[in-house]
Design a protein. Sequence first.
Length: 311
Amino acid sequence: MLVRVILFTYRRVPDKTIESLLKNSLAKESELFIFSDGYKNEIDKKDVLEVRQYLKTIDGFKNISIYESRKNKGLANSIIAGVTKIINEYEKVIVLEDDLIVSSDFLDYMNEALAFYKDDKKIWSISGYTPNLKCLKDYDKDVYLSVRANSWGWATWKDRWDSIDWEIKDWKEFKKDKKAVEKFNLGGNDMYKMLELQMLGKIDSWAIRWCYNQFKQNKYTVYPKYSKIINNGFADEKAQHNSGQKWDKFDVALCNKKLRFEKISIVNKQILKEFKDLYSIGLYTKIGYFLKKHGGYDMVKKVIKGLKNVG
């Protein structure tokens, strides 16, 4: 049996995601589970209903199950509940959101990777996306390890998912441990800041808690040398969790090349350095985190947007 595919949607019609999935030869043999979150207000209602109308037209998979939430759960709660529901029944899952475009061999890659690394308990998840790291040009393997998980097209197993402490019960102890915080930030200096905002209730992120639990358990995510995912959601007015800013540094080209899996026991030091540098934030973003933490972020964001419109 092929691994079940989960797609999470909200206001954005996921036509490009579905079109790219259908280019996979395994699509017709794969079961697709779609979770449509409820709307927050009347403005969002029109978009959500348009999405749901589109979802009913999807065809080309072995089976399609659609779950429509009556209320707005938010992305974090929707993903946690949806993944839990499907993974409890099927043991492993492939997860996508509505702003992703996949390669034509994405399903092959994910199914094979999940089978290959199933019994390697040091592996936390499989990532479909990989950033453009200069050192990968001379890297002699098709996959590599990272200390940071990725939420742009990923897969995992039930035992890893079940081990997650979503409440982060050790937060008070962790934030006082400077060495632990420094180690956590090896994945990028945004890691601790995002977790802090999460624990303060300033953001609602499942992904940073997902990353933290990987860190606490000293596990790794497997990344492909060549990306199987493009994130098409930046600068989209319907995006829920970005500022609308275009992040060119995350641009990649899709690769349909079949990859060779192998056991890797250590993180490549140069990859670790470039990975950290890529995700580490500059002054502009640090100011954004400060405003989110202490107040004024939404107001400043509106002012900047207004100035851009005037210009």
